[in-house]
Ligand binder design. Sequence first.
Ligand SMILES: *Cc1c(COP(=O)(O)O)cnc(C)c1O
Length: 388
Amino acid sequence: MDRKTRLKNIPFNRPFLGQAEAAAVKKVLGSGKLSGDGVIGREVERKITKLFRAKHALLTTSGTHALEMAMMLLDLRAGDEVILPSFTFVSTANAIIRAGAKPVFCEITEETLTVDPEDLGRRITSRTRAVIPVHYAGVSAEMDRILGTAKACRLAVVEDAAQGVNAKYKGRYLGTIGDSGAYSFHDTKNYVSGEGGAFLTGSEELARRAEIIREKGTNRANFLRGEVDKYTWVDLGSSYILSELLAAILSVQLEMRHEIQKRRSHIHRLYMDLLGPLAKSERLRLPVVPKSCESNYHIFYVLLRNERERNSAIARLKESGIGATFHYIPLHSSPYARRTLGTRDLELPVTDRIAGTLLRLPIYPDLTDNDVARVAESLRKILTSREP
Ligand SMILES: *Cc1c(COP(=O)(O)O)cnc(C)c1O
């Protein structure tokens, strides 16, 4: 115990930041123009459209806000339903409710922990308007099947690609496959601006309306481009524009994308090798990246045999100075959903089992090979010792 506590702690996450970000922020401060939709924000938007082959990209104050914009653009009415996995972050569901519709939770697949296309089909009613596939851990949902169902039932597809920046499905970047998509640049994601996000769409019409929503419901963006001579209130909106200060940080981060991706991919492979024997002896299950997907290795998770073992592993890794953690409490079983959406009797057994057994391990560019080996060895000891 004594020897262990002298080892340095390995935190669960650490954003990859250097001097270039500080210099970029300083430059913006010097310019005196700190608010958003300026030269730098626009340059970063162009960069995003080019890098990820998106038609339109609008920087937003968060991934949450990009999802809110996407939902507002659907013109949902009371009684409309939007299907999403229960195994996701709260923002996916909040965006639906804030736009006046009802979230309908669906099951996930065992393989990638993303929307189960069959269960999605079963939950479609005459009131269903859209589906939000969530690309978990940087691995795409089964987009071909989801798009097929959506087309047949005339549903909009909004990709929650908060965790999917720079990841692909059949050669296409996540966030650019559906009608619209949302990215996040929160500290916990692969590329960070502190708080931040982006709304993506292939539709000129949606992009134009998104600009208005983002600018408090005014056509100020048209005014700045000289398309109208005064700007005014033309739609319902909010304040979703990313500050130039944060856009400057993001610009540097996107330049680092190869380095960040390379390191994350390397760590993922190391974990897969080191934990392979534990998977073979069925003490845990390793993550799957299907052939159709190129991951950005946002999360490295393993699935343990039961919840008790998972919780004990988190506690014991913590004692060894290693930050490992669970993930989502399924939304359908959350206090808010039970109280306001009547989900008490909803049964999503795969979701519940995954949520109870999933363990996330540290993965970020600053993590050394030795750190990875220490995490893997600690986990091996915990899972193979007789007494938990
Ligand atoms: C991070 C995340 C969000 C929210 O992004 P923020 O930028 O933190 O608002 C939404 N959905 C998923 C799946 C996420 O992981």
